[in-house]
Design a protein around this ligand. Structure first.
Ligand SMILES: [Zn+2]
Length: 343
């Protein structure tokens, strides 16, 4: 089968589409014929260095994906051969303290596809049956694949961590990225108001068309001042951000008293000034979040189907053009997910 692998660390020269052996399904696993996957920032991280993540080269890239069940255990009751499915990207150990209390996403031995083990940028994958979920019927394979990392991350940030309410307002930094767009879609679907920021005016306009209430151009406007002006001096209830140092101060100043900031990334730096006095006097909450667990993924899929949410796809490439897809992701020009067609 064809698979996109990292053969070393560096630029696109270490990414090769190779002929690899089709995985043999073990008992308790599902063999999935993959139709699509999407790119995530971590794919660039693994290509560039993979530092701190135990892995063996060559390793197939990719975390999320969607396809069709090819083989499954005879006694399986939930999945059937030929069924369209979407893949949960982490394999937890099931035995550690966190797994035992039902928080597999905190597993100390978590193995992510495309990070610690072969991933989804391949024509076939075999994963534990609990990682395989029926795909929402309304979505294409690329759209379904997009849910596996970014929408799941946004789901946990909004609903599990921030516990956002329909009457609240959320500020989403850096609209155009996968998690930010997912947060906009999910928060809007449940009824919350959403304010977004970007340095690109065209991205703000597209976000307004998706239901954002206000778009703030962070290259020409003071974000915190614009938020306070729009909210009558009150501020927002929730901030969703994955930019880090560059927006931290604006994020803190945009929060209402008792507001919650949820962070899942720090692409611009991870050591911003803490602003502790503001945190305790205004009783702010700072919440960290990464991905989501199996139950959250199941809830997300049901929510997506009920509210007819369609992930935004920026562009699609065949597997053979993986370099162009990675370059597009690295450019930061995209609005939505970059898809890979695998068949
Ligand atoms: Zn565990």
């Amino acid at each position: 089968m064809q698979a996109a692998c990292i053969t070393g660390h560096g630029g696109n020269e270490v990414v090769e589409v190779q002929e690899r052996e089709r995985p043999a399904r073990k008992a308790g696993e599902v063999l999935v014929r993959m139709h699509a996957a999407t790119l995530n920032q971590v794919d660039l991280y693994m290509r560039n260095s993979g530092a701190g993540i135990t892995h063996q080269l060559p390793q197939t890239m990719g975390l999320d994906g969607a396809g069709v069940v090819e083989e499954v255990d005879a006694g399986e009751t939930q999945l059937r051969v030929g069924q369209p499915v979407v893949i949960y990207p982490g394999v937890s150990c099931g035995r550690c303290e966190f797994c035992q209390r039902g928080e597999g996403v905190l597993c100390v031995k978590m193995q992510y596809l495309g990070e610690h083990r072969d991933g989804t940028f391949a024509q076939w994958i075999s994963v534990p049956v609990r990682n395989v979920f029926p795909s929402p019927q309304s979505l294409s394979y690329v759209q379904a694949a997009a849910l596996g990392v970014n929408h799941l991350t946004a789901w946990r940030m909004l609903f599990t961590k921030a516990q956002i309410k329909p009457w609240e307002t959320v500020l989403v930094f850096g609209i155009g990225g996968g998690v930010s767009l997912a947060a906009l879609q999910l928060a809007r679907a449940m009824g919350a108001k959403v304010i977004v920021t970007s340095r690109a005016q065209d991205k703000l306009e597209r976000a307004l068309a998706l239901g954002a209430e206000l778009g703030i151009n962070s290259s020409t406007q003071d974000v915190a001042k614009a938020v306070l002006a729009h909210t009558g001096g009150r501020g927002v209830d929730v901030v969703i951000e994955n930019v880090g140092a560059a927006v931290w101060s604006a994020a803190m100043k945009s929060l209402v008293r008792g507001g919650r900031l949820v962070t899942c990334g720090a692409t611009s730096g991870d050591q911003p000034p803490a602003d502790l006095k503001r945190i305790f006097i205004r009783q702010l909450q700072i919440l960290g979040s990464t991905l989501g667990d199996y139950a959250e993924f199941s809830d997300l899929l049901g929510f997506v189907e009920r509210h007819r949410i369609v992930p935004v796809i920026d562009s699609e490439f065949p597997l053979a053009r993986i370099h162009e897809a990675l370059t597009r992701l690295e450019s930061g020009q995209q609005f939505g997910k970059i898809g890979l067609n695998l068949q």
